[in-house]
Design a binder for this molecule. Sequence first.
Ligand SMILES: [Fe+2]
Length: 162
Amino acid sequence: MSNTNVKGWQSPNNLQDLAEFEDINLRILQVCQRIAESQHFHPNVILDHQAWVNISPPGASNKLHYHANCHFSGVYYVSLKAPGCGSIFFRDPRVASRMFPPPITQQTDFTAEEVRLRPEEGRMYIFPGWLEHGVEPNQSTEDRVSISFNVRAIQQAPLGRS
Ligand SMILES: [Fe+2]
């Protein structure tokens, strides 16, 4: 994973190995497990994740990127103490989807090329790793603090085989 923070600080991606982050690690895996089940992932998969902290002071942003080689990506907003901390945005990466735009009078989340969400403190947002995303500059006077993560579903060998 490359560092996509602009003017921000990013920890090593080892929160999954730290006892101090046990609760959030467990929650990440629980929620992703539910998503995997809803998407009919094979029942013998185990989820493997990496997580890291982002501290984005005023003016810091996160440029458009995606996370290759993982099934789910997400972010948990630890601290958003002031308005203007910056929206997270998602961009449709399918080039072909822009070749023949639908004749709409108003965009929806399903027709928009880009969707913006104003994040809420204490909420977790999870999306496919291939979905392009970024975060607007923090225009508040407080740090924006979040925990980001990537999750892979690894299929175990069938029982009876070594
Ligand atoms: Fe990301």
